[in-house]
Design a protein. Sequence first.
Length: 256
Amino acid sequence: MRKKIIAANWKMNMTLGESEAFFETFLLELGEDRKVEVVVVPPFTALAKVGEILRDVQTVKLGAQNMHWEKSGAFTGEICAGMLRELFVHYVVLGHSERRTLFGESDEIVNKKTLAALANSLRPIVCIGETLAERDGNQVEAVLEKQIRGSLAGLTADQLEETVIAYEPVWAIGTGRTATPEQAQAAHAFIRKMLAQLWNADAAAKVRIQYGGSVKPSNTASLMSQPDIDGALVGGASLDPRGFAEIVQETRKLLA
Ligand code: PEP
């Protein structure tokens, strides 16, 4: 049984004060139930502060939005896995479409980061997904296959099981346009089938595949009830502590 995982990608939002205010409300709304795994992914500047807030909290884990694959060195502006580990970070989002399109991250780069994260006991959340032109051109499966082969190259089956995949159709990110539950389920089932072919059926059955793209409280239940959707990566709606808590509650209700 795959434990559902709901993650808040704050992107380039939230000052220290805003992060503190978020958790004052969010932790109260969230309660103690641990049926669903919850991850908050603040900007680098708020990682230490949020880590401090979460030190004795069992219900929320800390994630980072990116990292470099090297251990240290002359990489101005970059952060390595060891620095994230020092802040008790558990997860790291890699290959988000904004990184791929705005900062030129290729599958090869995402792959180096993924291998480095796993080698340092960080769990990668690897993002893949097609653009609207690719969907309109019936390229969804070809694009997902290429991203899976490229971004996850060289992982052992054990490492694959540690990895979370986020299927995020680019046309649904921050646009208010959500994939229908059927569209998302079809993509997730295809991803799992590819993982079974490239690794093995057992590992593929254990990998959690999140959906991302304009998830909000009102569409959570229909998406999260799909058999191959194991959670959500939430951008815009995760900045509101009540709304994000509601997304978690909606997911918990499905498991009750
Ligand atoms: C994201 O950034 O991963 C995302 C899915 O954003 P949004 O929920 O705002 O579409």
